[in-house]
Design a protein around this ligand. Structure first.
Ligand SMILES: [Zn+2]
Length: 215
C-alpha cells in the first residue's frame, strides 16, 4: 500500500535540529507512528515508522480498523465465518478520501462484503461535499449573461464506483470519480440524491435562488 508522505513527517523535516529540538530533551520523544496517517500507531496499524514527536502527546491513529477476510478476499463477520482471517485496513471517511486522492494519495478500496455474511450496520461510503444540507445556492451568470449551472459534488470511498444522481425522482446523470455533476437546477427547493451501484444513497435538501438579471 502506498500513501503520500504524512504531513507530520514533513513538518518534522523542516523543524530545526538544534538544542530546541533535541530528542534527548524532555520535550520530545521517539514513538511508533502509523505510516499511513502519521498519528501514533495503534493496534491495527500495519505500517509503522519511528518519529520524534512532542512528549505532550500525539493522538492515536483512528483510521486503521480491524476487518476479517474470507478465502476469496471478501469481508465477512467472524460470527458467521469462523475461518475468516483477521487483518486491518486503512479506512478514511468518504469525504476525506476524495481530498486524499486529489492530492495524489493512493488507497486500496475496502474489499466488498460477502453477500450472505456481512455486518448489519451501513458504513459511510459516500458524503456530500457540495452543496451542504439546507444550503441556499445562488446561480451566477457568466460574462455572456447566461445562468451558470450548479456543480454538485460527492466523495465516494471506493475509487471505481459509479454514482447516479437524482433531483427528487428525476434522473440527472451518472458519474465516475471525481463525482461532480453540473446541473441547471431551477429556482426553488430541491431534494438531491446520490446513489451508488450497491444501493447506498445519500440525500441533501437545498434551495436554489435565481441570480439577479444583468443590469
Ligand atoms: Zn494507522
Amino acid at each position: 500500500m502506498e500513501s503520500s508522505a504524512p504531513l507530520l513527517f514533513e513538518v518534522m523535516d523542516v523543524l530545526p535540529d538544534g538544542a530546541f529540538f533535541n530528542p534527548s530533551q524532555s520535550g520530545v520523544r521517539q514513538v511508533d507512528v502509523c505510516g499511513h496517517s502519521g498519528f501514533q500507531a495503534g493496534p491495527h496499524c500495519r505500517v509503522i515508522e519511528r518519529a520524534r514527536v512532542p512528549s505532550n502527546g500525539l493522538a492515536p491513529c483512528s483510521f486503521c480498523a480491524p476487518i476479517c477476510l474470507n478465502a476469496a478476499g471478501e469481508r465477512v463477520m467472524k460470527s458467521c465465518d469462523p475461518t475468516a482471517r483477521d487483518t486491518a485496513w486503512f479506512v478514511m471517511p468518504a469525504s476525506m478520501q476524495w481530498y486524499y486522492r486529489q492530492h495524489g494519495g493512493q488507497l486500496p478500496p475496502l474489499p466488498p462484503w460477502n453477500a450472505t455474511c456481512r455486518a448489519d450496520e451501513q458504513e459511510e461510503v459516500m458524503a456530500w461535499l457540495y452543496p451542504s444540507p439546507g444550503e441556499v445556492v445562488q446561480r451566477t451568470r457568466d460574462f455572456d449573461g447566461r445562468l451558470g449551472a450548479v456543480v454538485l459534488e460527492v466523495g465516494h470511498r471506493e475509487a471505481g464506483s459509479a454514482v447516479f444522481w437524482y433531483d427528487n425522482d428525476r434522473f440527472l446523470g451518472q458519474t465516475q470519480a471525481p463525482h461532480q455533476l453540473q446541473v441547471p437546477l431551477a429556482p426553488g427547493p430541491h431534494r438531491l440524491s446520490a446513489v451508488d451501484g450497491s444501493g447506498n444513497a445519500i440525500h441533501v435538501q437545498i434551495h436554489v435562488t435565481p441570480d439577479r438579471p444583468p443590469s
